[in-house]
Design a protein around this ligand. Sequence first.
Ligand SMILES: C[S@@+](CC[C@H](N)C(=O)[O-])C[C@H]1O[C@@H](n2cnc3c(N)ncnc32)[C@H](O)[C@@H]1O
Length: 341
Amino acid sequence: MTTETTATTSGATESPAMRMMGLLYGSVVGRLVSIVAEFGVADLCADGPRGVDELAADTDADPDTLYRMLRALAAAGVFTEVAPRTFALTDLGTTLRSEVPGSMRDHARNWGSAEYLHTLIGLGGALRTGRPSFDTHHGVDWWSYLAAHPRRAQVFDRAMGNRARQIAAAVLAVCDLSGVRRLVDVGGGQGHLVAAVLDRYPGIEAVVLDRPEVVAGAAAVVGGRATAVGGDFFAAVPPGADRYVLSSVLHDWADDDAVTILRRIREAMDPAGRLLVVETVLPEGDEPHLGKLLDVLMLALVGGRERTEREYAALLDRADLRIEEIVPTATPVGVLVAAPA
Ligand SMILES: C[S@@+](CC[C@H](N)C(=O)[O-])C[C@H]1O[C@@H](n2cnc3c(N)ncnc32)[C@H](O)[C@@H]1O
């Protein structure tokens, strides 16, 4: 056992035992973020600091409980207590507002859902079985569950939309799509990435492929600027594009399923075409990376996985594709540019 310590703000050192306590209590912060997102507290602070009693009245909450939750979140940098029992948003807390650039409110609500919490509780069982704990708890896989629960699916799709907007901006900052004729976003959700592409490159003929119940919502995002195709990417993808995009799709699937999706794209792709795989690319070793936590959610929820560069290379090779380059972005995801092998 090592005995290394870290410095605290008072200059004293924090023992491994206290750091362990910090790790364990970290899950409380995530829970509180989801709760205040659900109650819409950040929107109520949009115009400036608010007293807890007013906020409690507006959200039908118990004032003392709300105070203690906001105090804990202020300690985590999400709010700031500008006067006794009066809270304002920080930049971090502003991401919990609805409909602002960078909004993560729906993402936070999705994370706090009963389904996600049960899935995380079931991780110990997953460790024994190697099976997604979601399937064990609910008796169906995540995608079938969403198809049967449209209101829950709406929260999930909106959560994906929050993240997709951030990722699209980061990808477009590093990927030049000038000269691209036709682009197909495979598993493109409600079309947030395609909408961002078209804002910058209005001449591209763009297609969003997703499950029929999901692309039904794409019209509201892309308008008449792109074609929305309801389908199954294990069966076929729209052909003839010079750019295909797979953003946060391969990580939902175990290797054999991921290879099937890649093969469908390889069959559809122009010989001179390219596939852009937008995913976290895990660093080897101990380096901290958000993808290493997302990986655990993937195994529990859908039986998918985050992958290293080597693992992506092996997956692409099975579909007759090769990595041409990996372009980092300002977010935890990178863009793997793949070409026919
Ligand atoms: C994690 S989401 C990513 C969505 C979007 N690409 C993004 O970056 O936000 C995975 C997407 O794959 C879609 N999907 C799952 N199974 C599918 C299938 N068999 N055929 C087509 N799309 C599917 C889901 O509906 C969902 O929109």
